[in-house]
Ligand binder design. Structure first.
Ligand SMILES: [Zn+2]
Ligand SMILES: [Zn+2]
Length: 754
């Protein structure tokens, strides 16, 4: 840049500052303000509530509580005008009165007056929250973590903001939002009613979304109908079945009942927009001839479903012209039908349960069929609604690196003309990985699917984790780098054994988290927030490398966090696997390490003067045995030595077994962990004492055992057998010096030759 250009910019700056200065207004200064909050006397409850929220948060920022008055009150040019009312009409004549359920909003100023308005259900309230966020930097990161930065003064000259949501119905189905309606409204989640200022009153969401789920079983329940009318239910393998089954949709009586009950539901509970007429939660549709003829006619199971639901929709249309009948495109009905389209008043709720969560829909081979279904439905369905899955339901806390795809998936839904979305997260328990950030980000993206995710993550981490923010972001980058390596995919049912949870990931994660903790060590509240995010790493480390886990306090941190956070449930469906059961198993490991019996070493070299050679002896068996004891009662087929333990070279694929034995050289005294993964059974003995027993005929199982070994040589005996189908055997070994991996070739020795 040339010098005069520099000078020009400085001059332009000065001129614009001068112009701004001319029109500058002061909302508050040094704990005082001339402003009032103005609402219409007949303002709906949600706008009265909005005024109180505005008053409350401005007070927190400025230290001054503005009065709330009616339209006659307040000094002109010093008013915060909340809601669309005669003042709005006068000051902004171009603004049209928004529809009640319109969530879009505007805020702007006319000289010194600031106006905030939108639809009367929620729009005005969202306008207030948006003003507080964008202009006064207020944040609601979770139901418990709000930020209202203190300011001495706040000036403004030109304000204008108008926003419209990407989706009409935004249901963020995570626990913190579900059970905290006030927070839910601040997140612009319009699915949940909020208690109003009136005792016992409520403020509607603008779209009181969806009544029911899997409602067919509720309308035609087996209890009510199966005994008298088994023909209402699925014909499966020649028998009418009500247990874990669907309805016989081609039966006209079933349709009649569904129509009658749907009408009654709409009359009795008129507050909803969409009413579920959805299949039960199983994949056993009716196989009767009439049903299957319709399946064939309309190109699949979704065809008969749409055929059925269309008739219900037609029957309720005249009485309930503003309501929708909703049905699933889920599991066996996920593919779109042919030669039939859903009616105008039908909503198709498409479920992404099978999808890979960590890749864009375009480009991941595991998502190809979903992309086709999304496109096909979006071409024929007048209204699409998505049921999306954003966490791990096998174990809620497992790391799920979908920070980028939360957005791209949402964008694809919006581009596919979705009107609403249910983001299913940790709806049962506060144990999901980065649950607050995931919930916050999802809410922001449901509102604006094109928002900048990096900026949002920056905003959240700085505001929520304070000085640990850079380290938390480093951790998220590391997740991105390691967990999303080539070839890794995951749907919402990953387990701790998923290959993406490598030892490298766990070690790297704990290293970064230790630095994150150190950064906030002097702030107990922030430290708690950071420790909470280490919970999945602690659990994975205890699962993969318990010796290392105990050494690094993974067990104690896990126990502390579940207590602090009140975490009990950890999986969606298996109540027996919970925080307490993990705690008990970690305590047992800690106890076992402490009490591991000490095995004395044998000085093997003294048996022989010859040099010892590396390797392992084997004795091989064949036969139809059901455990290793039966195997050992047989005569062996062959014997010999090999460099290390393996069954990969065996000529048979069924009905064989091995006894492996060797001297194991221990170089440092202390607790060692052995881990055997086998299909079928295996037993491990060290110095003649049983350490692991997973004998018997079974699919792949893993078990570990702890021994306290003296330095020197120990007798290693492993018995293994393969019954039928798959076979596998691996032996892993962890030593006190941090080694973890297969038994090293140079630590096992053949018996000295005589
Ligand atoms: Zn049938
Ligand atoms: Zn993938």
């Amino acid at each position: 840049m040339k010098p005069y250009q520099n000078l020009l910019s400085v001059l332009l700056c000065a001129v614009s500052l001068f112009l701004v200065g001319c029109n500058q207004h002061t909302l508050f200064k040094n704990g005082t303000s001339d402003y009032s909050i103005v609402i219409a006397p007949e303002a709906p409850e949600s706008e009265q509530y909005a005024a109180v929220e505005l008053q409350k948060w401005i007070a927190q920022v400025s230290g001054v509580q503005l009065p709330i008055t009616d339209l006659e009150g307040g000094q002109k040019n010093k008013r915060l005008i909340v809601g669309y009312n005669p003042i709005t009409e006068k000051l902004v004549p171009s603004a049209e009165k928004p529809a009640d359920r319109d969530d879009s909003f505007t805020w702007c100023n006319k000289n010194g007056d600031i106006l905030m308005w939108g639809g009367s259900k929620r729009g005005t309230l969202y306008s207030v929250y948006s003003f507080l966020e964008k202009e006064l930097d207020c944040r609601w990161y979770s139901s418990k973590a709000s930020v209202a930065p203190k300011r001495d003064t706040w000036h403004f000259s030109k304000l204008y903001n108008h926003e419209e949501p990407s989706l009409m119905i935004r249901d963020n189905c995570v626990l913190d939002v579900r059970v905290n309606p006030v927070f839910s409204a601040r997140m612009r989640n319009n699915f949940i009613k909020v208690p109003s200022l009136k005792e016992g009153g409520t403020i509607d969401g603008s779209a009181e979304g969806y009544w029911g789920v899997h409602a067919m079983g509720y309308f035609v329940s087996p209890n009510e109908y199966y005994a008298s009318h088994p023909e209402y239910f699925s014909l499966i393998d020649g028998k009418r079945q009500s247990d874990y089954a669907q309805l016989c949709l081609s039966n006209p009586e079933v349709l009649k009942i569904c129509i009658e009950k749907m009408k009654k539901k709409m009359r009795d509970e008129p507050d909803f927009l969409i009413y579920s007429m959805e299949q039960n939660d199983n994949t056993r549709p009716c196989q009767c001839e009439a049903c299957q003829a319709l399946v064939k006619k309309y190109g699949g199971e979704s065809g008969i479903m749409v055929w059925f639901v269309n008739q219900v929709a037609d029957a309720v249309k005249d009485e309930f012209p503003d309501k929708f009948v909703g049905t699933f495109a889920y599991q066996y009905t996920r593919h779109a039908p042919k030669d039939i389209v859903p009616r105008e008043n039908v909503v198709i709720r498409l479920c992404s349960i099978e999808c890979c969560m960590i890749h864009d829909y375009d480009g991941c081979e595991q998502n190809e069929s979903f992309v086709k279904d999304l496109n096909d439905w979006s071409a024929i369905a007048p209204h699409l609604y998505i049921w999306d899955y954003v966490t791990d339901f096998s174990l809620y806390c497992l790391p799920t690196p979908n920070w980028k795809t939360l957005q791209t998936h949402l964008q694809d839904y919006v581009n596919g003309h979705a009107i609403g979305i249910l983001e299913e997260g940790d709806y049962q328990t506060p144990s999901c990985e980065f649950r607050e950030m995931r919930a916050w980000l999802l809410s922001k993206l449901m509102w604006n699917c094109n928002a900048n995710v990096d900026s949002l993550i920056q905003d959240f981490t700085e505001g929520y984790y304070g000085a640990a923010a850079p380290k938390i972001r480093e951790y998220l980058d590391m997740e991105e780098r390691i967990l999303r390596r080539e070839g890794m995919h995951t749907n919402c049912y990953a387990s701790t054994a998923h290959p993406m949870y490598s030892d490298e990931f766990i070690r790297e994660g704990r290293r970064i988290m230790a630095e994150a903790r150190a950064a906030v060590a002097d702030n107990p509240e922030l430290l708690k927030r950071v420790e909470k995010e280490e919970l999945p790493l602690c659990l994975l480390q205890m699962d993969h490398s318990p010796l290392e886990g105990i050494q690094q306090g993974a067990d104690t941190m896990f126990c502390r966090v579940i207590q602090q956070e009140g975490i009990h449930q950890m999986t969606e469906f298996y109540p027996a696997i919970n925080a307490e059961s993990y705690k008990q198993s970690f305590e047992k490991i800690a106890r076992d390490i402490k009490e591991a019996p000490k095995f004395r070493a044998i000085d093997a070299e003294k048996f022989s003067n010859s040099k010892m050679e590396n390797g392992v002896h084997y004795v091989r068996y064949e036969g139809d045995f059901k455990n290793t004891v039966q195997m050992m009662l047989r005569d062996s087929i062959s014997s010999g030595t090999m460099p290390n333990i393996t069954i990969d070279e065996d000529p048979e694929s069924d009905h064989f077994g091995y006894h492996f034995y060797a001297w194991l050289k221990i170089e440092e005294e202390g607790v060692h962990l052995f881990r055997i993964t086998s299909d079928d059974g295996a037993r491990l003995y060290i110095d003649g004492r049983e350490v692991i027993n997973i004998d018997g005929s079974h699919s792949t199982q893993t078990a570990s055992g702890l021994t306290n070994l003296e330095k020197g040589f120990h007798l290693f005996d492993l018995y293994y057998f393969e019954d039928h189908e798959g076979q596998t055997l691996s032996v892993e070994f962890s030593s006190p010096n941090g080694y973890k991996g297969p038994l090293p070739d140079d630590r096992i020795f053949l018996f000295p030759k005589k």
